[in-house]
Ligand binder design. Structure first.
Ligand code: 5AD
Ligand code: FES
Length: 352
């Protein structure tokens, strides 16, 4: 698909054309990754963060957050719970927290891999090559790091670097790939200052990066952040700002499926936050094939407030599982079994 075609899909207001896009995405999803929806148990293991991303509620400047870091045994309990629930993967996510030390993390990964059959996905921010290597050697399978936007000026405007370091996530993907990780990435939709051209380019990049997983969700303003207060942003020309809407999120999911037919594409919590009743289901019907039920212990959940009013804050891990599996079955899909490795590389692409 050319960038111009992508742009047209993003901008069309023609409901009949959009219906065609949903059907095409659903068909390409079915032929390439099948009807199984994979469950990834998400554990938010620490909300400490040294970074100052201008949209994120966990940024170091937000003193309103009570910070926590889960202990090894708490994480192992969650991992065992994931096994009991039949999840094939756990995702260990945190802010960029250097209190999560290389060797401590490596030992934890070794334990999970040694004591359970789980695939381990890490989402711990922009860490060093040395750390990525140690964690891979300990058995970590996948790494998630969104590039957020491919517009470098916009990226720089919302990601103040750490002193003496340039933030270059594309360079990190290269490192991670060399180390043998499956790579997940993605973007936020409707960042103030993000244009349709930017978004079309983001979607082309999904294809170029040959991602195993593509996670996208709407930008949700957090009042305790500069972007949430809409400060310091430059408005694009009239009609060019991408809305941070539910409808735009489905378009991006569907287009991601078309450009990357075999990728794993989650229906994210940010999408569910915009439409609690049906966001997950519609995401799964418009390209998605993964959901990430929350496994974080109840006492920590509300503290992992990347953005406000996040879906699944009040539910227990067990309720989240029941809710997700119910939603999957309600749309005639099957709950995935096993690890749900990315089929991206293994077989030839079946487009249409
Ligand atoms: N709204 C929506 N998504 C957000 N993220 C961070 N802050 C927000 C927000 N305010 C997303 C980013 C990050 C992921 C973990 O959460 O894309 O990569
Ligand atoms: Fe978590 Fe519904 S998916 S409660």
């Amino acid at each position: 698909m050319t960038r111009d075609e992508i742009r047209q899909w993003l901008k069309t207001a023609d409901e009949a054309r959009l219906e065609e896009l949903w059907l095409r995405a659903d068909e390409v999803r079915r032929r390439n990754v099948g009807d199984e929806v994979h469950l990834r148990g998400l554990m938010e293991i620490s909300n400490f963060c040294v970074r100052s991303c201008r949209y994120c509620g966990l940024r170091v400047e937000n003193t309103g957050v009570v910070r926590y870091r889960m202990a090894e045994e708490e994480i192992m309990d969650c991992a065992r719970q994931a096994v009991a629930f039949g999840y094939g993967t756990v995702v260990l996510q945190a802010g960029e927290d250097y209190g999560i030390e290389r060797d401590w993390m490596a030992e934890l990964i070794r334990r999970i891999k040694g004591e359970t059959p789980l695939a381990v996905t890490l989402s711990l921010g922009e860490r060093s090559e040395d750390e990525f290597a140690a964690w891979r050697e300990a058995g970590a399978d996948r790494y998630l790091l969104r590039f957020e936007t491919s517009n470098r000026a916009l990226y720089d405007a919302i990601h103040p670097p750490l002193a003496g370091r340039r933030s270059d996530r594309f360079a990190l993907f290269h490192t991670l790939k060399e180390l043998g990780y499956e790579i997940g990435s993605g973007i936020m939709i409707g960042i103030p200052g993000q244009t349709y051209d930017d978004l079309a380019w983001d979607i082309e990049i999904f294809q170029i990066l040959d991602l195993d997983m593509i996670g996208v969700g709407p930008f949700i303003p957090h009042p305790a952040t500069p972007l949430g207060r809409m400060r310091g942003t430059h408005a694009p020309p009239a009609g060019e700002q991408v809305p941070n809407s539910e409808a735009m999120t489905y378009r991006v999911m569907a287009l991601a499926r078309l450009v990357s037919p075999r990728a794993n594409i989650p229906a994210t919590s940010a999408l569910a936050t915009l439409n609690l009743a049906q966001g997950r289901e519609l995401g799964l019907m418009r390209g998605g094939n993964v959901v990430m039920p929350n496994l974080t212990p109840q006492e920590y959940r509300a503290m992992y407030e990347i953005y406000p009013a996040k879906a699944c804050i009040d539910e227990t891990a067990d309720q989240c599982r029941g809710c997700m599996t119910g939603r999957i079955r309600s749309i005639g899909r099957a709950v995935g079994s096993g690890r749900g490795d990315s089929p991206n590389r293994s077989r030839a692409v079946q487009s249409e």
